[in-house]
Design a protein around this ligand. Structure first.
Ligand SMILES: Cc1ncc(COP(=O)(O)O)c(C=O)c1O
Length: 398
C-alpha cells in the first residue's frame, strides 16, 4: 500500500486524537527506523521511552519466538511460570518491593496504585483518609483516576468532574507539599524525574521530604517510574539515585520490549491489605508477555549495561550543552542518563516537525521542551549523528 493510501485510511477510520507526521513507518533495526519509502530516521524518542533495547533486538526477537511456543494467554485465574518468575525478578531488583500486581500499561498501573492506597487507608480504619496528592507538571495517564492526578489542564478540563479528593502541590516545593499533605491523605504520587511535564528531575531534598511527610501523616508514597524507570536514568530505577524508597512503584513502557505490560510493585504493608477479588485484569501479566519481559529485564538489569547508559548519557549531555551554547533557539538542558529535555525559545513542535526532514525522531514535553529519549543501546557515534541531525534541524528552523 502506498503511504498516501495508508494516511487516507487512517483519516477515514481512526479517531483523530493524534497529529501524525506525513510518513508511514514500516521497519527498524537498532536505533533506526525506516518509512515505507525507505527514508531512514534516528529514533531519539524510542516510541516514548519504550524501545530501550532498540528495534529488532536479537534477544527480544528470540524471546518472542520462544514465548510463542508456549501459552499465549491463560487469564489470571491460573498459575503460570513466566509471571511468577518476572515477579521474583522485579522484587529482587530493588529494596522496596515485596509483591507485584501486573497491568497492561502505565496508566493502569497508576490506576491500581491509587485504588490500593484507598484500600490500605480504609484497612487502617480511617474512612475519611481518601485524599490523593500529585504535583504540577505531572503525567500519570488518561483514565479517570490517573487523569485526576495529571496536572495538564487541557487533558483534564473536557472530562471533568474527575475523581474527588484529588489535590495538587508544586513539584520540587516541600512547603507547598506540606500544605496539601495531611492526615486525610492516603497516597502521594510523584515521578522521580518528570517526563511529559518537561523532563524535570526531582531534587533529593524533595523526595526525602515527601517520604518524611508521608511518614508523619501515615500516607503511602508512590513513585511513578513508568517513563524514568528501567535504566532510563542510568540506574535500574530512577529513585535508586535518591536513596528514598516508596511504598509503591509503578512501571511499564520498556518492560515488554514493545509489548504492552506494566506493574505495580508494593511493599509488605500494602500487600497485606489486598485480598482476592480486590483488583483484577483479564490480560495483564499473561505468560507470553511476561516471558518476553523476563528477557528485557535481564538485559537492562546488568551493571555493564547501566554503566553504558551513564557513559553515553554523559556524552549526549555534553553535546547538548554545546548545542545550547551555539544555538539562539535553545535555552538550557536538563535530565539524567538518556532522558534529556532541551528548553527551547520557540515552540518545540516546530523543531520536532523540521527534524523529520533531517531523519530524526524527537519528542516534545510541553510547549517549550524538546524531549530526547534514544534507545538505551545507542552508541557514542550514533549520539554524534543525533546531534548533527539536530544541529541541521535548528539551522533550518532558525
Ligand atoms: C510518568 C508516566 N506515567 C504514566 C504514563 C501512562 O502510561 P501508558 O501510556 O503506558 O498508559 C506515562 C506515559 O507517557 C508516563 O510518562
Amino acid at each position: 500500500m502506498k503511504a498516501a493510501d495508508v494516511m487516507a485510511l487512517e483519516k477515514q477510520y481512526i479517531l483523530q486524537t493524534y497529529k501524525r507526521p506525513p510518513f508511514v513507518l514500516s521497519h527498524g533495526r537498532g536505533c533506526w527506523v525506516y518509512d515505507s519509502e525507505e527514508r531512514k530516521y534516528l529514533d531519539a524518542g524510542s516510541g516514548i521511552a519504550v524501545s530501550a533495547l532498540g528495534h529488532q533486538n536479537y534477544y527480544i526477537v528470540e524471546a518472542i519466538k520462544y514465548a510463542a511456543d508456549g501459552l499465549l494467554h491463560t487469564s489470571n485465574l491460573y498459575y503460570t511460570q513466566p509471571q511468577a518468575e518476572l515477579a521474583r525478578a522485579l522484587c529482587e531488583s530493588c529494596d522496596m518491593a515485596d509483591k507485584v500486581f501486573f497491568t497492561n500499561s502505565g496508566t493502569e498501573a497508576n490506576e491500581g496504585a491509587l485504588k490500593f492506597a484507598r484500600k490500605w487507608a480504609r484497612a487502617q480504619g480511617h474512612e475519611a483518609k481518601t485524599g490523593l496528592v500529585a504535583f504540577t507538571g505531572s503525567f500519570h495517564g488518561r483514565t479517570m483516576g490517573a487523569l485526576s492526578l495529571t496536572a495538564t489542564a487541557k487533558y483534564r478540563t473536557p472530562f471533568e468532574p474527575l475523581v474527588a479528593e484529588s489535590y495538587f502541590a508544586e513539584y520540587n516545593n516541600l512547603d507547598s507539599a506540606a500544605q496539601v499533605i495531611n492526615d486525610h491523605t492516603c497516597g502521594v504520587i510523584v515521578e522521580p524525574v518528570q517526563g511529559e511535564g518537561g523532563v524535570t528531575p526531582a531534587t533529593a531534598e524533595f523526595l526525602a521530604g515527601l517520604r518524611e511527610l508521608c511518614n508523619k501523616h501515615n500516607a503511602l508514597l508512590i513513585f511513578d517510574e513508568v517513563q524514568c524507570g528501567l535504566g532510563r536514568t542510568g540506574t535500574l530505577w530512577a529513585h535508586q539515585d535518591y536513596e528514598v524508597n516508596p511504598d509503591m512503584m509503578t512501571i511499564a513502557k520498556p518492560l515488554g520490549g514493545g509489548l504492552p505490560i506494566g506493574a505495580i510493585l508494593v511493599n509488605e504493608k500494602v500487600a497485606t491489605v489486598m485480598q482476592p477479588g480486590d483488583h483484577g485484569s483479564t490480560f495483564a501479566g499473561g505468560p507470553f508477555v511476561c516471558s518476553v519481559a523476563n528477557s528485557v529485564l535481564y538485559h537492562i538489569n546488568d551493571d555493564k549495561f547501566l554503566i553504558h547508559v551513564k557513559l553515553v548519557g554523559h556524552h549526549l549531555h555534553r553535546k547538548l550543552e554545546k548545542l545550547v551554547a551555539q544555538s539562539p533557539l535553545l535555552e538550557s538542558v536538563r535530565g539524567r542518563g538518556l532522558m534529556w529535555g532541551v528548553v527551547t525559545k520557540i515552540p518545540a513542535v516546530e523543531i520536532m516537525a523540521e527534524a523529520y526532514n533531517h531523519g530524526l525522531l524527537v519528542l516534545v514535553a510541553g510547549e517549550k521542551v524538546l524531549r530526547i529519549l534514544p534507545p538505551l543501546i545507542i552508541k557514542e557515534h550514533e549520539v554524534d549523528e543525533l546531534i548533527e541531525r539536530l544541529q541541521a534541524t535548528l539551522e533550518a528552523v532558525g
